[in-house]
Design a protein around this ligand. Structure first.
Ligand code: IMP
Ligand code: MG
Length: 206
């Protein structure tokens, strides 16, 4: 390979590694493959922001984000929103075993008054729908003007509750994913891409 070709190859490799197209070598035993790249996430999040802007034009928004999985998605989403908005968080924890969600407990309550307000509820992933439907009924009881829901991911195959999201980043197959805020036993939230957790890591648990 001549020098120029080698240089181009190196640039391609670099670009792939910095845009999150490949799993970092040290993580290959835990994360099987990249499902959604950093670039795909960025593009889709910008599109969602544009849709939300159109739907809420002329209104002040209260963004309510579910802790902790929304951290990266939320930051990117609201950074791209040119709307007046206030931000609050709601904490929900499920005392489930492994990847199954169990009993839901609220760990942080809303601080802002949402009565008569336009609310955008943001969550990381709509799986069985138990979390979103619990949080939605809690929010609706506070009499907002309207509530719209926005999730980065959804796994339609696993729905148990009759709940849907108004804005969906990506519909994904029934795989356990981590990264871009999503965790397994609180790990991997900092990965810049969404990756599929290795079945072995899943089986090994925490
Ligand atoms: P649901 O209540 O079953 O809809 O589950 C929602 C919550 O389960 C999400 O907010 C996540 O915290 C978690 N969850 C569901 N699927 C995944 C996944 O594939 N990776 C990481 N977390 C997940
Ligand atoms: Mg979680």
């Amino acid at each position: 390979m001549d020098l120029k070709k080698r240089g181009l190859k190196r640039i391609k490799e670099l670009r792939a590694s910095t845009s999150g197209n490949s799993v970092p070598t040290g993580l290959r035993k835990e994360v099987q493959r990249v499902l959604i790249t950093r670039a795909q996430l960025a593009r889709r999040v910008r599109e969602l922001s544009r849709e939300i802007e159109r739907d809420f034009a002329g209104r002040e928004l209260v963004a309510v984000a579910v802790l902790n999985g929304t951290v990266m998605f939320l930051a990117d989403l609201i950074r791209n929103l040119s709307l007046p908005l206030r931000l609050d968080f709601i904490g929900v924890s499920s005392y489930g075993v492994g990847t199954e969600s169990g009993e839901l407990v609220f760990t942080k309550e809303l601080r802002l008054d949402v009565r008569g307000r336009d609310v955008l509820l943001v969550d990381d992933i709509l799986d069985t729908g138990r979390t979103l439907s619990r949080v939605l009924s809690k929010l609706r009881a506070l009499k907002p003007r309207r509530v719209r829901t926005c999730v980065l991911l959804e796994k339609a195959a696993r729905r148990v509750e009759d709940v849907r999201a108004d804005y969906i980043g990506f519909s994904i197959p029934d795989l356990f994913v981590v990264g871009y805020g999503l965790d397994f036993a609180e790990r991997y939230r900092n990965l810049p891409f969404v990756g599929v957790l290795h079945p072995a890591a899943l089986a090994a648990g925490t």
